[in-house]
Structure formats: C-alpha cells, structure tokens
Write a protein that binds this ligand. Structure first.
Ligand code: UDP
Length: 373
C-alpha cells in the first residue's frame, strides 16, 4: 500500500471507530477503517431473521442524558420509543427491575414508600462507612433481601468473581427508586434506532456527502498484519484491546466473555418482555432476550437468545473489562506506554479498558476528534 495514502488509519469499526471516521471525513480527512470481523458495527451489529433484528453481541438499548449526543445520533436515524423494563426471574417468581416500589411490593407485600424504606434501612444497618466493594454497596443501597435474591447470584455468574472482589461502581449503574417506575434507566432520552443499529453504522460510514473519504476493509486483523499498514497513514486511531496492541507484554488484562444461544419459537410472544434476568446462581445464563420486543414486532414467530457469561482467553471476543484493582493497575502500565506514542490514539471500551455505554463512547469520540482539527 502506498505511503501516506490516508490521513488516518482507524482500527475497529465499532461506535468509537465509526464516529471518528465520520467526524474526520467531515473535516476533509481520508480514513481507512480496518475491521477484524466480516461485518462493521462492532457489538451493536444486528442480524435480521424473518424480519426480526437479533442483537448478535448482546442487547443494546440506547440511553443518554447528553443532549448533544442524542441530537447527534438522531441526525442519522430516528429512535423508537422503547423503554427498557426488564423483569427478574428468581426461582420462577417475577420481580420488576430496576429496584423500585413494584419490586419492594412483590418482595414484601408493602404499600407505601415509607414501609419500603423502613425495611431497607433496617437491612442496610450492617454496612457502616463507605462501601468497599459491590456486596457492601448493594446492601447499602437496597438491603440484604434484594442483594441475596436479585443481585448476588446474577453478579457472581456475570463476572465470575465474588461480589466482595468486585468494584462498587458496577451496581451503581442501576437506579433505586421509591416510586412505581419500571424504567431501567434514569436517562432523559432512550430508544432503539428505527431500522436497527446497522443503519446508524452505515450512515456514519457513508462519505458521499463528506469533504473527505472513508474506505472500509473487513476481515483484516490489524494486530496480525501491522507491517502491511505500517506507513499508510501518519495517525492511527486504535479501538481494539490495548493489551493486544502491545502483544500482552505485561500480561493480558482480564475481560469477561459471553456466549449466546438463539432459539426460534413458532409463537408470536414467548416471554412478554425484551429482557428477562435470571438471578439464581445455578441457572447458567444471566438473561434471555426476546429481540422483537425492542421494536414492537408483530411477526408470527419469535427469536430468544440466552446469554451465558463466560471466562475469556486472549484472542476471543472481549465484552466487559474487569475493572478490579489488579487489572486497573495493569491497565495503567499499558496506558503509560500508549502515552509515549503520540501518533496512536487509543479510544473506546477495549482500548481504554472502560465500561463505556454507547452514549459514553460517542461522547468520548466527539471530544477526542477535536484534537485532530
Ligand atoms: N445486576 C444485578 N441483577 C440484575 C441486573 C443487574 O445484580 O438483575 C447487577 C450486575 O452486577 C450487573 C450490574 O448490575 O453486572 C450492571 O447491570 P447492567 O444491566 O447495567 O449491565 P449490562 O447491561 O451492561 O450487562
């Protein structure tokens, strides 16, 4: 490939890479996007079957309180009015999520917020001072009953670690409310793109109205073929795993993997909700996703995916960074190395080893692109 035939080499076509490509091309830059998989879009990619879009790499529900990010994505696609209201299944009993008055009523048969508060206050007494880990944080937020039934088993199978070894921030993602409100998110805006996430990705990568250009190559593993792209661009935007970029020289960072099993059912509506969480430790999957409900589908058939958490080995698809103390320290070593390479910009969930949601990812890319203009 000719030297400097592009301004930017972008490794990875997830949301971070695609927003970067779009924004740089908008500013007149020539971008080459390399994608290891056979398709673009990273983990928001969907696969259509019988008119139902399957979230192939796990359920993605867009939610944000960042008005600029919301306006940005709405510039490419219209969002439907889906509101995530998952149901937890514990030993066949169903409880509304997130933890709210419906959950408290189902558990304790109480009626008023004051009654619920009284029970939780009593149960959280055992935690004194600042919660030191996820277990203490969970009990201090919702008490030991909910912790035992709806959090402990789910969390320990999801992360493959004890709740006492996990950082408290993971559970602070979930709202706790003393109102009868089953909306899983507190964010101002929420929805699923009409036509699916692939449309958002296609539009981000469409350079026809942009001053610069975007060329995309799929099935290219950059880390395995770096020499081929050594001089094609002065600057690199790298969105893959940071430890893989450095050939795991300090050892691999821990990630949590996932395995999906999708089943087709000859019925219109299988579970009545898009997301059902199985909170008992001995049920091997964490949740079942009935994809059609994200888009209010009326097809005569349905597809349901069971999501199994899995141990992860280098080379496999990495889903969640495990931000415990040990791995955070290891990441810092990689980050220090990355800082000494000013022509390579590291961004996104894998490159920054951060539990980013989609809106955080877009926000980070929109902020980062400013340094290149
Ligand atoms: N969680 C839980 N029980 C549930 C749902 C979530 O204990 O029924 C905990 C669990 O530790 C999980 C965290 O809350 O890792 C964050 O959940 P979220 O739904 O935000 O995770 P994601 O959708 O990113 O996998």
């Amino acid at each position: 490939m000719q030297q400097n035939s592009f301004d930017f080499l972008i490794v990875g076509s997830g949301l971070y890479g695609c927003v970067m490509a779009h924004e740089l091309a908008k500013r007149g830059k020539r971008c080459l996007v390399l994608e290891r998989r056979a398709h673009v879009g990273g983990n928001v990619y969907c696969e259509e079957r019988e008119g139902i879009r399957i979230h192939r790499y796990g359920a993605h529900i867009f939610h944000t309180s960042d008005t600029e990010v919301w306006q940005y994505v709405n510039g490419f696609v219209t969002f439907n009015n889906y509101v995530n209201s998952p149901v937890a299944n514990y030993m066949g009993h169903l409880y509304n999520l997130p933890f709210n008055m419906n959950t408290f009523r189902e558990l304790w048969d109480i009626v008023t917020p004051a009654e619920a508060r009284k029970i939780i206050d009593e149960q959280r007494k055992e935690i004194v001072g600042e919660p030191k880990n996820l277990e203490e944080q969970a009990i201090s937020l919702v008490g030991s009953d909910i912790y035992e039934k709806l959090i402990k088993g789910y969390t320990e199978k999801q992360w493959g670690r004890s709740c006492t070894e996990l950082p408290a921030f993971i559970i602070r993602r979930l709202p706790v409310r003393f109102t009868f409100d089953n909306n899983y998110f507190n964010d101002r805006y929420q929805g699923i793109p009409e036509g699916g996430y692939n449309v958002l990705i296609e539009k981000l990568l469409d350079d026809t109205k942009l001053a610069g250009s975007i060329e995309v190559r799929t099935d290219v593993d950059y880390n395995a073929s770096r020499e081929d792209f050594a001089n094609v661009a002065k600057d690199i935007i790298y969105t893959g795993a940071i430890d893989a970029y450095y050939d795991y020289k300090f050892g691999p960072l821990a990630y949590r993997g996932l395995r999906f099993e999708t089943e087709r059912f000859e019925e219109e509506n299988h579970q009545g909700v898009a997301v059902m969480n199985y909170t008992l430790r001995s049920v091997p999957f964490t949740r079942t996703i009935e994809h059609k409900h994200f888009e209010f589908g009326t097809q005569p058939v349905t597809y349901v995916t069971r999501e199994y958490p899995a141990d992860w080995k280098p080379g496999e698809e990495a889903y969640y960074p495990v931000n415990d103390a040990e791995n955070s320290a290891l990441y810092e070593k990689y980050r220090a190395l990355a800082e000494s390479e000013p022509h390579v910009h590291f961004g996104g969930r894998l490159a920054e080893y951060k539990y980013y949601d989609m809106d955080d990812t877009i926000r980070a890319a929109l902020d980062a692109v400013e340094q290149f203009t």
